[in-house]
Design a protein around this ligand. Structure first.
Ligand SMILES: [Zn+2]
Ligand SMILES: [Zn+2]
Length: 291
């Protein structure tokens, strides 16, 4: 039980690790929220993806569950800290051990592997048998704010945390690569839930940049669940046939340059409705325009 004793001995490090995780979530989410949702001079105000803003009680719910996620990530962080300190994992601190080329490659590989892990675990959590316990809470943000990025149920937070916990035993990673990976993950996640489109016009149709998920891509996953499961890249959705059929049309409308929020489709308003049965994910419902 030496390993268990090591974990217990490391528990005093938990408050510090928790502080780091709180900062990693609170700073980007607060900055994006203030710049996009509060500041009247927001230069992207004409690129609101869905009409309207989530009510304040929905934002408070997202903040609460984001802070809960930080607690869970920090508990997992204690295990990672001990695994690194005790030499159980393949992490290293001297770049010269593997060289700069490997450090760059390992960062790119970690991002690509995380995208695959996210896509497939995400699809699994949409299975009717798992959806309620793992993932429904995240989908209560029908029109997400930056605070929705880490608004997870505890079981989903564990699934999200496990990727790095597994990877440090599979791939040698420099400590700085781990920090850069986490920074990239948090920034992409926060802007993907920001409610506004950052990417230039024509991005989804571009041969190279179209491989990146835009903010509209993930926003559509919240307003029209059942498509767009990817995190950083679009290739898994394209290969598996799960890209939203009107993704490019919606993106073009959002980035069309006109003032005011862009409706996700012509004329009809989009409303979210809960699953009608255990076998159905929450879905998009079209409400006929008022006569
Ligand atoms: Zn989902
Ligand atoms: Zn989301």
């Amino acid at each position: 039980m030496a390993a268990f004793d090591d974990l217990i001995a490391a528990l005093p490090a938990w408050p510090t690790i928790l502080g780091v995780h709180l900062l990693l979530i609170v700073v980007p989410a607060s900055a994006a929220f203030l710049a996009l949702w509060v500041w009247k001079g927001n230069p992207l105000r004409g690129r609101k993806i869905q009409p309207g803003y989530a009510p304040s009680h929905a934002i408070r719910r997202e903040v609460f569950y984001s802070l809960q996620t930080a607690f869970i990530f920090a508990l997992n962080g204690v295990f990672i800290y001990v695994a690194m300190a005790k030499g159980w994992s393949l992490t290293y601190t001297e770049v010269a051990d593997y060289g700069w080329a490997y450090a760059v490659f390992s960062l790119a590989a970690t991002i690509v592997l995380h995208d695959a892990y996210f896509y497939w675990t995400h699809r699994l959590m949409h299975h009717p048998r798992l959806f309620d316990r793992f993932h429904r809470l995240h989908h209560e943000s029908h029109s997400p704010s930056p605070w929705a990025a880490y608004a997870f149920a505890p079981l989903e937070a564990v699934i999200q945390a496990l990727f790095l916990t597994i990877l440090i035993f599979v791939l040698p990673l420099h400590v700085m690569v781990i920090y850069l990976f986490m920074a990239h993950m948090i920034v992409r996640n926060v802007i993907g839930h920001s409610g506004f489109e950052f990417f230039p016009r024509g991005t989804p149709a571009h041969a190279v940049f179209g491989l990146l998920t835009t903010n509209t891509h993930h926003d559509l996953h919240h307003s029209a669940t059942g498509s767009n499961y990817g995190l950083y890249f679009t290739w898994w959705d394209r290969l598996a046939g799960t890209e939203h059929p009107r993704y490019r049309e919606v993106f073009d409308r959002v980035t069309g340059g006109r003032e005011g929020p862009a409706a996700p489709s012509s004329g009809a308003a989009v409303t979210w409705t809960p699953a009608a049965s255990a076998n159905e994910s929450p879905g998009l419902r079209r409400r006929a325009p008022a006569p």
